[in-house]
Design a protein around this ligand. Structure first.
Ligand code: 4NP
Length: 154
């Protein structure tokens, strides 16, 4: 099972979501590969934002990686592609090369039964508190996704 998390820059939200899914899957003993990417090119090659690393570390998440942009092959290589916000979702839908590829795209917080349709707010221009809030909404979405994957036969 391969999961790709996607935000705009691939330095704040999607690396934290990647870490949260990896942690939730490990807790459940579910074997997954998780990666993250951005729809934008602004931060290609950069590590995660230090505030994202710090907010994740506070709840035991290991936020790491190098930013990259979404590529066409991702729609083949990943089984599930989760968008952090509606703009990411719409951009991914436009990029998807087929209906099969489009069907892999989900809004991340739709997996949190308490927050369907909600976005993971972009904390980039915010405060450390906004980064903590980001992690707070990511955790139940990651758990919800892993719960769902346990029932999927991929
Ligand atoms: P992310 O946050 O999409 O969660 O990684 C952002 C990072 C960079 C920019 C915007 C959002 N930017 O405009 O450079």
């Amino acid at each position: 099972m391969r999961i790709l998390t996607v935000c705009l820059g691939n330095i704040c939200r999607s690396p934290a979501a990647e870490a949260a899914i990896r942690a939730a899957a490990a807790e459940e003993g579910l074997k997954v590969e998780v990666d993250s990417a951005g729809t934008g090119r602004y931060h290609i090659g950069d590590g995660p934002n230090p505030r994202s690393i710090a907010a994740g570390a506070e709840v035991g998440l290991d936020v790491r990686g190098r930013a990259r942009q979404v590529r066409l092959e991702d729609f083949d290589e990943f089984d599930v592609i989760v968008a952090m916000d509606h703009a990411n979702y719409e951009d991914l839908r436009r990029l998807a090369p087929s209906k099969h590829a489009r069907d892999k795209i989900h809004l991340f917080r739709d997996f949190d039964p308490a927050s369907p349709g909600q976005e993971v707010p972009d904390p980039y221009y915010g405060t450390e508190e906004d980064y903590r809030a980001m992690v707070t909404v990511i955790l139940p979405a990651a758990r919800g996704l892993v719960d769902k994957l346990k029932g999927w036969d991929i």
